[in-house]
Design a binder for this molecule. Structure first.
Ligand code: C2E
Ligand code: CA
Ligand code: CA
Length: 824
């Protein structure tokens, strides 16, 4: 509709302008013509004045020369003689009024017969009361006036001041002598000004005319020039028509254009509404961005998604409208989007209500918009689908009763764990636990109670720490566990025994206690099998054996591990009493300075002579002691015994030596470690520098902040520190530098391989360089041969320890050894 209104306004403006111009030129034309007419009237007035003056003079002269009645035929001399005039004397005539201001009276004599000429008379009174008249043909004036061309309908008239018409050009005999005193000229204009112009309708022929007039100076005469108005305006009227035609053409053109434009606009608007209606009918939020990422188009679903009104979206930056959290991902999507294909992005985005939706955003670049590439976007809301998928996935993987993973998931976790272990060289344990008497609960108290019992067991399993990789309910009364295994983890048998103990505790259901009688079957990767399925099968077999062999409710698949389990149980049982029964004996192994061959100190290594098990290696019982916590009292005992021993040697044999005690990780983190150490030193009356503590590299690197504090505390006591088994763990040099450590003990494995492979020598060399760089002494463990010692010497090692010099020995043998050594 807008173009139409604009066009109408334009047409009005053009019309007004044109009308203004026409009016202006109309009035200009009229004014110009009136000026012409006035000028012409003035010119004729001047001519008339002179002609009349000439007649007047002639009259005066004639009366002086020939005072008697007579007629003069012509005027003597100059142009005046050209005026044909006759002078007459008249007798006194009282009827003639005297001329007011000395001017002669002017009149007209109309012919008696039509066709005869009229004459103009000039009459003056003479002193004797008579008067003289000069008479001339009106045609004389007529000829003067005829010289003006005033076009068709134009006229020049001579009037007496009293309105009587004397002459008219062109001639019109029947109005000559008529009075025009009632016309506006005589009523209005002439009284106001002697010269002027005006417009009026002719009383003679009814034609509208423009008039100019001028009074003739000195005589009661008036010249009136007139011109037909329509004749005057002929040219203007021509322009009027041109203007009207031009106006009509222009207006028509404008109107047409406006109409077409408006029709086009209406059509476009209709098309736009149509497209918008289509877009709005889609449930998918849609929006279009310009290059500056402003929203230029959107549909209703988009408004609903963003929870905003149209005004809060139109022209806004997308970043101000959509959840800013995903802005980076979207920017990336737009950067990737091209004209030839749609790019997609799955994202979580908060909608207008603040709820998080999962959407797939599709983006395509519009190139049809010229340089400014726009991007068309849509969201496909897949939140519900995702939730359903998650729910289905959850159901597919979980046991609805306990919420634990099901067999399905257990298999997958197991397979993944096996893959990881295969890659990293780790181990995996699978335990299958059947509750043999769970059915009794249901039989006795109904299904609900049976379910309660299962849930109770699930809760106990879920509370296990550290959490297994997977705890699953695999059958109605059966659970499965997947755990990592290997040196860094709790041994499978320990876990199995703990689980057994845990599930052997009675369950209270319906006010009664039930023993669920767990049986556990265990299979190990990679020892027993290489695949998840095989492991499952073997654990199942082991479980059946556990069920069938009375008194052995925990069963490993492999015979050897099963035997180990038994042995372990025995060791654990025996170890509990070893301290009080005095079965533990510390042995001492000397450390020797490679350069001087002198004994620099001893490492305390524990021996256990069990009346039941015989001599048990610390490599076997120390880990069990650690797992059961027995290591804490045992460790304290070793520390105190060693300090007392060193003190005794000093007192009784004058042996000033340093004694090294191994600290296990459990001891290291015991709360009162520093007091225990200080107490041992004080009670033995031993100087702190006579004591050294060995911690393994893996302990040192376990919880660096705590370790750093503890090591600092130990150093503050004046006790020395060494890092044991160096090279077997993963040391961070940065931390190593921070620890107040005096010695690095190169692990036995590298010493054993010295001379066998080049790597070991290289490792030893770099450990030496590293240790020396940190002002540490390097001690080699497990040196058995001279050639090893030679190599260590050449590699720059400071001390060594090993069977080559001495095996760990009982305390009583030490003084003799030292004497021998110093003698040698
Ligand atoms: P470790 O601290 O690395 O002790 C060195 C081990 O190497 C000892 O084994 C020692 O007898 C052995 N050994 C020494 N020289 C040689 C040699 O030339 N060749 C070979 N093949 N072996 C040699 P042991 O006594 O069986 O002790 C084993 C581990 O038990 C020790 O390793 C230590 O970690 C732990 N252990 C021993 N006694 C104690 C103790 O009182 N407290 C703690 N926490 N751990 C102890
Ligand atoms: Ca050691
Ligand atoms: Ca060692």
């Amino acid at each position: 509709m807008r173009p139409l209104a604009g066009a109408a306004m334009l047409i009005v403006a053009i019309t007004l302008t044109l009308a203004g111009l026409l009016a202006w030129s109309y009035h200009g034309t009229i004014a110009r013509e009136q000026t012409n007419l006035r000028n012409l009237a003035e010119a004729f007035a001047a001519q008339t004045h002179y002609a009349t003056l000439a007649l007047d003079l002639a009259l005066a002269r004639a009366t002086e020369r020939a005072p008697e009645n007579g007629t003069i035929a012509a005027m003597p001399g100059g142009a005046i003689e050209d005026i044909p005039a006759r002078v007459r004397r008249l007798g006194p005539d009282a009827s003639l009024p005297p001329a007011p201001d000395g001017a002669p009276r002017i009149g007209i004599n109309l012919p008696a017969r039509a066709g005869d000429p009229a004459t103009i008379t000039l009459t003056r009174s003479l002193p004797d009361g008579s008067s003289a008249v000069i008479e001339t043909d009106a045609a004389y004036f007529q000829r003067i006036f005829d010289s003006a061309d005033l076009g068709r309908g134009g006229s020049v008239t001579l009037h007496q001041r009293n309105g009587t018409m004397l002459v008219r050009s062109p001639t019109l005999p029947n109005v000559i002598g008529h009075s025009f005193i009632h016309t506006p000229l005589f009523q209005t204009h002439l009284p106001r000004a002697p010269v002027g112009a005006f417009e009026a309708t002719s009383p003679i022929d009814g034609v509208r005319r423009l008039y100019g007039y001028s009074a003739v100076a000195g005589y009661p005469l008036v010249i009136v020039t007139g011109r037909d108005l329509s004749d005057t305006l002929a040219v203007w009227r021509g322009w009027l028509w041109v203007a009207i035609v031009a106006w009509a053409l222009l207006s028509a053109t404008i109107a047409l254009l406006a109409w077409r434009t408006s029709r086009e606009t209406v059509r476009l608007a209709r098309r736009f509404r149509y497209l918008k209606a289509i877009l709005d009918s889609l449930a998918t939020p849609l929006w279009v961005l310009d290059e500056a990422r402003r929203i230029v188009l959107f549909n209703r679903a988009f408004l609903q998604f963003t929870g905003r009104g149209e005004d809060a979206v139109t022209g806004r930056f997308e970043a101000d409208v959509l959840d800013p959290a995903g802005a980076d991902a979207r920017a990336d999507l737009y950067a990737r989007s091209t004209a030839d294909g749609v790019r997609a992005l799955e994202a979580e985005i908060r909608d207008g209500t603040g709820a998080t939706r999962t959407v797939i955003q599709l983006a395509a670049r519009l190139t049809s918009e010229g340089d400014a590439a726009q991007i068309v976007n849509s969201f496909t809301d897949i939140t519900e689908r995702k939730q359903v998928e998650l729910r289905l996935a959850y159901l597919a993987d979980h046991d609805p009763l306990t919420g634990l993973p099901n067999l399905n998931r257990l298999r997958r976790v197991l397979a993944d764990a096996l893959t990881d272990a295969a890659v990293c060289g780790g181990q995996v344990v699978l335990l299958l636990i059947a509750l043999e008497r769970q059915q009794e609960v249901a039989d006795l108290l109904g299904h609900e109670a049976g379910d309660d019992a299962v849930r109770e067991v699930a809760a106990r399993l879920a509370a296990l720490a550290p959490a297994p990789l997977c705890i699953a309910r695999v059958k109605a009364n059966e659970f499965g566990l997947v755990l990592p295994a290997g040196p860094a983890h709790r041994p499978a048998d320990a876990v199995a025994l703990e689980l057994y103990a845990l599930l052997s505790e009675p369950v209270r259901v319906g006010g009664r206690e039930f023993h669920l009688a767990p049986v556990i079957g265990i299979a190990l990767y990679p020892q027993d099998a290489g695949s998840a399925n095989e492991l499952m099968r073997l654990a199942d077999i082991a479980k059946h054996r556990a069920r069938s062999e009375a008194g052995e409710p925990v069963h490993f698949h492999s015979e050897s591990t099963h035997i180990q389990l038994n042995e372990r149980l025995t060791i654990e049982e025996q170890l509990r009493h070893a301290l009080e029964r005095n079965e533990l004996v510390p042995h001492y192994q000397p450390k020797v300075d490679i350069a001087t061959g002198r004994v620099t100190g001893f490492e305390v290594l524990l021996r256990w002579n069990s009346p039941v098990l015989g001599a048990v290696s610390p490599a076997r019982f120390i880990p069990i002691a650690e797992q059961t916590g027995l290591i804490v009292p045992i460790g304290t005992w070793v520390l105190r015994t060693a300090c007392a021993q060193a003190s005794r040697w000093a007192r009784e044999h004058g042996i000033a030596t340093r004694i090294a005690v191994n600290l296990s990780i459990r001891q290291f983190y015991q709360k009162d470690l520093l007091q225990v150490i200080a107490g041992a030193l004080a009670d033995a009356d031993l100087t702190p520098d006579a004591l050294e503590l060995e911690i393994t590299e893996s302990i040192a690197m376990s919880r660096v902040d705590v370790v750093e504090r503890l090591l600092g505390g130990i150093r503050d006591l004046g006790v020395e520190l060494s890092i044991d088994d160096f090279g077997t763990g993963y040391s961070s040099l940065a931390y190593l530098k921070r620890f107040p450590v005096q010695r690095l003990k190169i692990d036995r494995a590298f010493v054993r391989d010295l001379g066998r492979d080049a790597d070991s020598a290289a490792i030893v060399r770099s450990v030496v360089a590293l240790g020396h760089g940190l002002q540490m002494r390097i001690v080699a463990e497990g040196v058995e041969t001279e050639s090893q010692l030679e190599m260590l010497r050449s590699l720059g090692c400071d001390e060594f320890q090993g069977y080559l010099f001495a095996r760990p020995m009982e305390a009583g043998v030490v003084p003799a050894l030292l004497r021998r050594a110093s003698n040698a």
